[in-house]
Write a protein that binds this ligand. Structure first.
Ligand SMILES: C[S@@+](CC[C@H](N)C(=O)[O-])C[C@H]1O[C@@H](n2cnc3c(N)ncnc32)[C@H](O)[C@@H]1O
Length: 495
């Protein structure tokens, strides 16, 4: 049994004993609108959670111990670098590069190992008996994490070290061989785990084999070959499909490029086809898939398209917002089982949660700021932008129009932002309405958002028709280019 030591290693019992009894999730948004009444049977809703994943998992333990069939994570790799995401501005869509996450470990390797170790211990508890975990890393740290995984999951549950190879970007070094692959460590929780031989996970034959394949009169593929007693033959050898069961070296999945339709402007975004193979192999329909470092939401989008339930978590507000829009826009994305077609289905219900009901402290990174106000921590403020709307009412019909969006820190903004903001609407990236809010929970009954390609945002909502007379509470929510959420509430009377 491996037992590793490093500076500051937490004992398993300590990780679990400091429980977050007092922490609870607050619901920010519910999509699409459904009524949840405490008396009705609750329908499952996929969960997108903004927060530090250790705290998030501790809260999830209460409900999801042994419940998650697949966990895929793509955490920071201890590279020492910063990683970017693109923040697009207004209708023209010009962008700034903002920091998605920092991968610098000032207290050294031990602090990184401790960071991941604590989280992996929690993930094992969340994983179902037949479940599996895939950890996406690279040469920086994968060998350390392999040993840590052997300690937590047991070497007997190690299944594969998957090598995902991709053509390296042009690298100038001539001091060592060019690094051009990531490592994905695959462990199951036990020996009795789900692993599907699904033709959709197969790798294509090499072009040499594909060129040698022929189709018979029934359309079935064969090649000429085979052998008998060491002698080569030239008989028809039939194959069942155009592909082979995957090896552990995956070089058939290209890296994401800025011109690929799935690109969300997230620099460390992983390809949907990578997740397709993992999810199809290690889960069945309606199983629960989780990604606690979800970034732009690749795992969740693929789980959604494959009819799996999902939980995603990230601490970055931009990552959560990119994921929200990616899921809302999923019907226009590629069908994962038939890439040339669109998916053409709306997403299942999902909720966005975090530990705070409202944004209380806004932290603006330096990229948004004038030089003279830049600081190591960026700019911190408690002042949330203010939103102004007009409610157009005619009998039982309501339409809402955005009138203004006032940014309290406008003077501090970098010139590059100011130059590209032609009207207040350019600050807004998304807006939504709950025409009948109860308990101040926001059901997104109407929403509109900019995507990386479609940048137009309407000033006016669709018209909503009320069936019954009464007093109603309307909530209007905006999310701006800084990822800041503002909500305003209005009372109306329908006679
Ligand atoms: C490599 S990216 C994931 C990219 C993702 N696989 C995709 O396809 O877009 C890692 C993500 O982990 C998030 N992250 C880092 N530390 C975290 C933590 N302690 N809790 C939650 N999220 C974290 C970062 O904000 C970042 O979005």
């Amino acid at each position: 049994m491996v037992n590793l030591k490093w500076k500051g290693k937490e004992e398993r019992e300590d990780i679990l004993s400091k429980n977050n009894e007092t922490m609870h999730f607050q619901i920010h948004d519910i999509y699409p609108s459904i009524n949840i009444s405490p008396t009705s049977e609750q329908v499952w809703q996929n969960l997108l959670i903004r927060g530090e994943n250790k705290a998030v998992m501790k809260v999830l333990l209460k409900k999801f111990e042994n419940k998650i069939t697949l966990i895929y994570i793509d955490p920071p790799f201890a590279t020492g670098g910063d990683f970017n995401l693109k923040v697009q501005l207004g209708e023209e869509g010009k962008y700034l590069e903002s920091i998605a996450y920092k991968d610098k470990w000032r207290e050294g390797l031990d602090s990184y190992l401790n960071f991941l170790y604590e989280r992996l211990v929690l993930m094992k508890i969340l994983l179902a008996g037949k479940g599996s975990i895939y950890i996406h890393l690279d040469w920086h740290i994968s060998h350390y994490i392999k040993l840590i995984m052997d300690e937590i999951f047991g070497i007997e549950n190690f299944r594969n070290e998957i090598i995902w190879g991709y053509p390296a970007a042009s690298v100038k070094t001539r001091r060592f061989f060019i690094r051009s692959y990531d490592t994905i460590l695959f462990y199951s929780k036990s020996d009795d785990y789900i692993f599907n031989d699904d033709p959709n996970i197969y790798m294509e034959y090499s072009s040499r084999v594909k060129n040698a394949l022929k189709k018979d009169e029934k359309g079935i593929f064969y090649y000429r070959g085979g052998s008998h007693n060491g002698k080569k033959l030239s008989r028809k050898v039939y194959i069942e499909q155009e592909g082979i069961f995957p090896r552990d070296v995956w070089n058939d999945i290209p890296y994401i490029r800025a011109n690929t339709p799935e690109y969300q402007g997230f620099s460390t975004q992983k390809p949907e086809r990578l997740l397709k193979r993992i999810i199809l192999a290690s889960t069945n329909e309606k199983d629960l898939v989780a990604d606690f470092f979800c970034g732009s939401g690749t795992t969740l989008a693929v789980a959604e398209k494959l009819g799996r339930y999902w939980i995603g978590c990230d601490l970055n507000r931009h990552a959560i917002h990119i994921t929200r829009k990616r899921i809302l826009n999923i019907s226009r994305s590629n069908d994962i089982l038939n890439w040339k077609k669109r998916y053409c289905k709306d997403p299942e219900n999902f909720q966005i949660l975090s530990f705070e009901k409202k944004d209380t402290l806004i932290s603006l990174p330096n990229v948004f700021l004038q030089k003279d106000v830049q600081d190591e921590k960026g700019y911190q403020t408690k002042e949330i932008p203010d939103l102004n709307v007009k409610i157009h009412q005619s009998n039982n019909k309501i339409m809402i129009e955005l009138l203004d969006y006032i940014i309290p820190f406008n003077d501090l903004l970098a010139d590059k932002i100011k130059e590209n903001i032609k009207s207040f609407l350019d600050f807004i990236d998304y807006w939504a309405i709950d025409f009948n809010s109860q308990n101040n929970i926001f059901k997104a009954m109407w929403y509109s958002y900019r995507t990386p390609k479609v940048r137009v945002l309407p000033l006016k909502s669709d018209t909503y028709y009320y069936d019954k007379s009464g007093d109603y509470n309307i909530l209007v929510k905006t999310i701006d280019i800084f990822g800041i959420e503002s909500v305003k509430s209005y009372k109306i009377k329908i006679i």
